[in-house]
Design a protein around this ligand. Structure first.
Ligand code: PRX
Length: 634
């Protein structure tokens, strides 16, 4: 860490009140806060106590005077061949209309609104309409299926859902409404109203009278409405975003208002190096945390222009992203290692240096950035490529270079240093001592967590404490569930998860959730899902299944049929992104004598490594069964 960066970082840790008080000055507070941090109930941290503000106001209204005509949101759909630019004035207008519609449908401050939408501008209008009126949004990734949607509905108990008739992927229409209808039947607490943006993609969309409301009709009615911002307590929840963990039940990460606002603004300044008036292009989806923070919120809070892209990175051709960089003068781009690996496989001439001259930085996050990919993209773009490490829980980087503070050299394979505000420690999991340089440890954060991180798990404070702060019995330490190592120059490296979470193309999935879905098949006795390394996607799920009718499975055709049914059941309950890349049939799964699945050993075998410590293995033939299945499927 350079000298300047070290001073900056040290201040944030040693004097968080001063550090975050300075940071909060850039934003508008309707009522100034009286206290920066309240940590009287560890491990719960509250930021900017007594302050009242509004994220929508800070991201849109605050800029109207200076930037009313500046582009705020550029929507590009290569699926629909559409490009629409909304100025800050126009975005203000759209968000007010949406907020007025929501109010007319009975949405009040504190109510939850589930947003299940493709990457279209109305999704952003809906998100900001919620923050404007103090409703709490829960965006559910459009790739999730009915079961996942239903469980998120039941956890949040929304009064409204906003959706669309369909999305588009690779030229194919993906209907949303049938999944919404199915989820509402499955759920115990379905929303009273469903607002539908009808894109005219699904002519067969069914409408439930009294519940379903057409957006375009409402838009006409509310088109000149103005809705005042609700001034919200700094700790008022702004949103819930579900993420996977060790259990089959996703956790609702709850974010506050004031802390998140300040964290987003500072991250653009110090980490992402964006300037007001410039264009920020994040290639994620609004259903994930990167989309929340760096498509929807941070660029607008910072007075930048954000790009919302519906489409694939290689359609109409693999130069599309660079074309957008040129056309819209993008200065900062944020993507994932998987996306870059996909582009690396294409004809290199698509990455034409003439198209990328405006670009100053590329940020990559969400999964490990391998060296060949990092080299290729840095050599091609000839700009800093910054690997940053964080989680849905934190909402913004835990480890990163901070080029807005000091231009420190980057090392390939390392997301550099702890970010200001995060008291990062590598801890030996057994002794609880700090790990030395070059010694593997659990990557942990000494609380209080900085502003912007999760304030709790929605509706379950106990689970928040139990999940994240219970690794050590004598002290509260936040566990990231990642292994890490720090070299003697202070650079950190991430070595993979300590739990059953896997990372497929930068998407975080719980193996338990996939196992639960597969177990619902009546012919399956037992199943183990593990993440196996993959050249393109980082990891892919493999399912090892024990059928109730083993003998029956000797026949290959029956195996193929069963595999197909397993794919279907995963698609239907979780969505195609969770579909195992392979299903392998075994007679028994390796377990300890106490019945715990030896996932690490299964994973090691699938990756061609030694299975590790097997002293607790109950039945040695189980490993043979795994090896055999792997051999046969090669
Ligand atoms: O295992 C780490 C991995 O992704 C997890 C968090 O995923 P998610 O909640 O989807 O949030 C993604 C936000 C960018 C982490 O626990 N991960 C994330 N970034 C990196 C990473 N692994 C290695 N290097 C990274 N830069």
């Amino acid at each position: 860490m350079g000298k300047k960066l070290k001073e900056f970082y040290d201040l944030s840790i040693n004097n968080p009140d001063q550090f975050w008080n300075d940071a909060a000055q850039d934003l508008y507070w309707e009522t100034p806060y009286k206290q920066v941090l309240d940590y009287s109930q560890p491990p719960f941290a509250k930021w900017f106590i007594g302050g009242k503000t509004n994220i929508c106001f800070n991201a849109i209204d605050r800029h109207l005077k200076m930037r009313g005509d500046q582009a705020a949101l550029i929507f590009v759909s290569t699926e629909k061949n559409q490009e629409i630019t909304y100025s800050y004035n126009q975005l203000f207008h759209e968000v007010n209309t949406m907020a007025s519609i929501m109010k007319s449908l009975g949405v009040k401050k504190g109510d939850r609104v589930v947003i299940y939408m493709p990457m279209i501008p109305e999704a952003i209008f809906a998100i900001y309409a919620c923050t404007r009126i103090g409703a709490i949004h829960s965006v559910v990734f459009g790739g999730f299926a009915a079961h996942s949607l239903a469980s998120r509905i039941d956890d949040a108990k929304p009064s409204l859902m906003v959706t669309a008739d369909a999305g588009l992927r690779g030229g194919k229409v993906v209907s949303y409404k049938p999944l919404v209808d199915e989820a509402c039947i499955k759920a115990h607490f379905p929303p009273e109203k469903i607002l539908i943006v009808n894109r005219g993609l699904d002519p067969n969309m069914s409408i439930q009278e009294g519940r379903d409301v057409d957006y375009s009709v409402q838009k006409e009615k509310h088109k000149n409405a103005q809705v005042n911002c609700e001034w919200l307590d700094s700790s008022h929840p702004s949103y819930i975003l579900y993420t996977s963990g060790t259990t089959g039940k996703p956790k609702g990460v709850q974010r506050d208002t004031g802390g998140y606002l300040v964290a987003m603004n500072t991250s653009i300044k110090y980490i992402y190096c964006g300037k007001p008036g410039e264009t920020f292009f994040t290639t994620s989806d609004i259903g994930w945390v990167v989309g929340h923070s760096y498509i929807v919120y941070a660029p607008l809070i910072a007075g930048m222009t954000t790009i919302v892209y519906e489409g694939l990175p290689i359609r109409p051709d693999p130069g599309i992203w660079w074309d957008l960089v040129k056309k819209y003068n993008v200065t900062v781009m944020f993507s994932s290692p998987t996306a870059i690996r996909v582009l690396k496989k294409q004809d290199p001439s698509y990455l034409d240096p003439n198209k990328t001259q405006s670009l100053r930085y590329l940020f990559l996050a969400g999964e490990p950035l391998d060296e060949p990919t990092a080299h290729w993209i840095s050599d091609s773009l000839k700009i800093p490529v910054v690997d940053n490490y964080w989680q849905t829980e934190t909402g913004w980087p835990i480890l990163s270079a901070m080029l807005g503070v000091e231009d420190t050299p980057r090392k390939f394979g390392s997301p550099s240093f702890p970010v200001y505000g995060y008291n990062v420690q590598l801890i030996n999991e057994i002794t609880g001592e700090k790990a030395k340089d070059n010694e593997k440890g659990l990557l942990a954060i000494v609380p209080p967590l900085p502003p912007g991180c999760l304030s709790t798990i929605w509706g379950d404070d106990e689970r928040f404490v139990k999940t994240y702060f219970s690794t050590f019995t004598d002290k509260y330490i936040y566990s990231t569930f990642d292994w890490g190592i720090r070299d003697s120059d202070g650079y950190y490296f991430i070595l993979g998860r300590t739990d059953d979470v896997i990372n497929v193309a930068g998407h975080r999935l719980g193996t338990r959730e996939i196992e639960e879905a597969i177990s619902n098949h009546q012919q399956i006795a037992e199943v183990a899902v593990v993440g196996v390394s993959d050249n393109l996607k980082g990891q892919v799920p493999y399912a090892f299944v024990v059928s109730k009718n083993n003998a029956h499975l000797m026949d290959q055709q029956t195996q193929l049929n069963l595999e197909k049914e397993i794919f279907q059941i995963v698609d239907q309950s979780l969505g195609a992104i969770a579909r195992p890349s392979r299903v392998l049939f075994v007679s028994i799964l390796p377990k300890t004598r106490s019945g715990k699945l030896l996932r690490r050993s299964i994973q090691a075998l699938a990756e061609g490594r030694e299975p590790g410590d097997l002293t607790t293995l109950d039945d040695p033939t189980a490993l043979e069964s795994i090896k055999e299945a792997l051999m046969q499927s090669r």
